[in-house]
Design a protein around this ligand. Structure first.
Ligand code: SAH
Ligand code: AVI
Length: 317
């Protein structure tokens, strides 16, 4: 059974416009990565997950399969399972089979992807109670039914936490620490630090799907906010910023140009970029220290055999 709640915290078109105008007015132009995920962006991300170079999805699936018994015991059979940034709920299926949650509550900003995933899951798990919430996890969210007596577990796979700055990640973990309560737990997928060449290939795939995903943000601004970005005059650029331990994605202006978004006009020098995403990579110790600052004890860590990706089992301290 699937129910769909639209959260009141959802910013909508006005919030999108405000964030775009503010971001393009900064000295280093920047746009929040949560806006990648309209219907087209979610489909492009699903294609990224299946690319040879994008090891993250395969590594997390492999480690989840290999350790599913222990992961389900850690989550607690019959718990309420809340997943942030659920997307197509790919890895979640393994968890749903193994832990049989009382309720599964997927939360995602991409309404179309969420509805598609919930409909598919209801066919695959006819007895599962699904309470889908279309909303933005960077704002306070109303989560109907999450405050029951059952144990509460938050699942945050995919290294989506890496798209937050370390400060934002800590605030997010603090918020979920409050949500799960003293008996609760969290499972967080975190991409590990590794060879820069492997990272570079994952964010610069040979088929150009990541480039299309990045450029779709400009297409979305054109479509929804009346922008006139010429996509042929911007290029995808992603590199590993080693001192900061993160992949940075940018869109680089290929010429001096100006662009209109509604009534606003923005000038670009040739070579000037819009910073569109960070994807932070953490060692196991670094992530456990971050979680500890948010009131979680790192109780378990699972990794894939190649040591590419980690899944942290956190317990409210
Ligand atoms: N968990 C899936 C998808 C990861 S992609 C996986 O592991 O493959 C990141 C997901 O988070 C997308 O589905 C995107 O729509 C969602 N998302 C990104 N920012 C969000 C936000 N601020 N609030 C809610 N969902 C968000
Ligand atoms: C969702 N997130 C964890 C992805 C990442 O790897 O940072 C988004 C992405 N950006 C480019 N490719 C994939």
């Amino acid at each position: 059974m699937a129910r769909d709640h639209r959260s009141r915290g959802h910013a909508g078109l006005a919030g999108f416009r405000q964030d775009v105008i503010a971001g393009l007015s900064l000295p280093q132009k920047a746009l929040p990565p949560k806006y990648f995920y309209d219907a087209a962006g979610s489909r492009l991300f699903e294609r990224i997950c299946r690319l040879r170079e994008y090891y993250l999805t395969r590594a997390e699936l492999a480690l989840t399969r290999a350790h599913i018994g222990a992961i389900a015991r850690f989550a607690g059979k019959g718990s309420i399972l809340l997943e942030y940034g659920s997307g197509e709920s790919l890895k979640t299926r393994l968890l749903l089979h193994a832990m049989r949650p009382a309720v599964y509550m997927p939360v995602d900003i991409s309404g179309e992807a969420l509805r598609r995933a919930a409909a598919k899951l209801s066919r695959e798990f006819p007895d599962l109670r699904i309470a889908a919430v279309a909303g933005d996890f960077s704002r306070p969210l109303e989560l109907p039914g999450f405050r029951g007596r059952d144990r509460r577990v938050v699942y945050f796979p995919g290294s989506t936490i890496g798209n937050l700055s370390p400060g934002e990640a800590q605030a997010f973990l603090k918020m979920t620490r409050g949500q799960v309560g003293p008996r609760g737990a969290m499972l967080v997928g975190v991409d590990l630090k590794k060879d820069a060449g492997v990272l570079h290939a994952a964010y610069n795939d040979s088929r150009g799907v990541t480039a299309a995903f990045n450029l779709n943000l400009l297409e979305r601004i054109n479509r929804e906010l009346g922008g006139d970005f010429d996509l042929r005059r911007f290029a995808h650029y992603a590199f590993y910023n080693a001192p900061l331990g993160r992949i940075e994605m940018h869109l680089v202006s290929l010429a001096a140009q100006s662009v209109n978004v509604g009534q606003h006009r923005f000038g670009f020098a040739a070579g000037e970029s819009i910073h569109t995403e960070n994807s932070c990579k953490y060692s196991i110790a670094e992530f456990q220290a971050l979680a500890a600052q948010a009131g979680f004890r790192g109780a378990k860590v699972w990794t894939d055999r190649r040591g590419l990706f980690s899944l942290h089992g956190l317990i409210a301290d």
